[in-house]
Design a protein around this ligand. Structure first.
Ligand SMILES: Nc1ncnc2c1ncn2[C@@H]1O[C@H](COP(=O)(O)OP(=O)(O)OP(=O)(O)O)[C@@H](O)[C@H]1O
Ligand SMILES: [Mg+2]
Length: 274
């Protein structure tokens, strides 16, 4: 796979004071190697920010550092201006950053309703739990219809929606979704994305990783291109979607089946307009 040319990366984006979440110079990895090699980007409040990039680019690793599951070796992760590095995963959930992981994560032998209720495990006030559950049941018909069924009996798309519902029990400030479309047929994908759009319309900020880059960027207000552990471009979803080189690299389908080559240009920043 080719890397983007030097001319197409620009200086780092100026630090906007208004970011809800801001990563600066984040280096992280497992064992000896670094997977993230100095990642900078911002999640504006009220955005759907979509991260795209080839398999192995470090997208899930990036979300793991945001959720506190992996501690960055260098750099800062600021949420509402406060550094999150060193905060426990539980502390990060309590602050309102709630992730739905890439692989299905429901307890298959428990009922749909029990799974959703468990989402509120950090909420002590039972009245709050009941109120949120009522709101969520109204928003997600699958919970009303299949609430007493075992979660494992649901289709993949229905399980995704239950996972979304479960995360909303914590009233998140940022909903973090890792490849919500994975394994879904086009019709189910549209239903799942419609729910993402609904959560956004209800005022949630969404940070999304999407293997289906074209669909993800269409849904998004902001796009981030991650390649080989570095941010290559940021822009609006449309800007990233329309960029010819991004199209060739990530949206044509072929790029995802090739191994990532080392990035030639390490500068991160805003996308260059043609
Ligand atoms: N728990 C782990 N231990 C060791 N290495 C890991 C671990 N998780 C991921 N990696 C490695 O880190 C690199 C980035 O993986 P990551 O899962 O973040 O990529 P990704 O962009 O999410 O890919 P995909 O599109 O396939 O989900 C890969 O080389 C992977 O093998
Ligand atoms: Mg991943």
């Amino acid at each position: 796979m080719t890397s983007l040319s030097a001319e197409q990366a620009t200086r780092p984006a100026p630090a906007g004071a208004e970011a809800l979440l801001r990563l600066s110079g984040v280096v992280a990895g497992y064992g000896g190697g670094d997977v993230l090699k100095g990642v900078d980007f911002e999640v504006p409040p009220g955005s759907i920010t979509c991260i795209v990039g080839p398999n192995g680019a470090g997208k899930s690793t990036l979300l793991a550092t945001v959720s506190g599951l992996l501690r960055p070796r260098q750099g800062r992760i600021e949420f509402r201006g406060r550094d999150l590095v060193g905060t426990s995963p539980k502390g990060i959930l309590e602050q309102g950053i709630v992730q739905v992981p890439q692989n299905h994560s429901l307890f298959r032998e428990m009922t749909v309703r029990e799974n959703v209720e468990m989402g509120a495990f950090l909420v002590r006030d039972r009245a709050v739990v009941r109120r949120r559950l009522d709101e969520i049941v109204e928003q997600f018909p699958v919970i009303a219809e299949r609430g007493k069924d075992k979660a494992g009996a649901l289709s993949g798309g229905q399980q995704r929606l239950v996972e979304f519902a479960r995360c909303l029990m914590l009233d998140p400030k940022i909903v973090v979704l890792d490849e919500p479309s994975m394994g879904l047929d086009p019709k189910t994908l549209r239903a799942v994305f419609a729910t993402v759009r609904l959560m956004h319309e209800q005022g949630r900020t969404i940070l999304l990783v999407e293997q289906n880059a074209r669909a993800g960027l269409k849904l998004a207000t902001h796009g981030v291109v991650l390649e080989n552990g570095r941010v290559r471009f940021t822009g609006t979803g449309q800007e990233v979607l329309r960029h010819p080189e991004i199209g060739a690299l990530f949206l044509g389908g072929a790029a995802r089946s090739e191994p990532a080559s080392p990035a030639r240009q390490e500068t991160t920043g805003e996308m260059n307009r043609d």
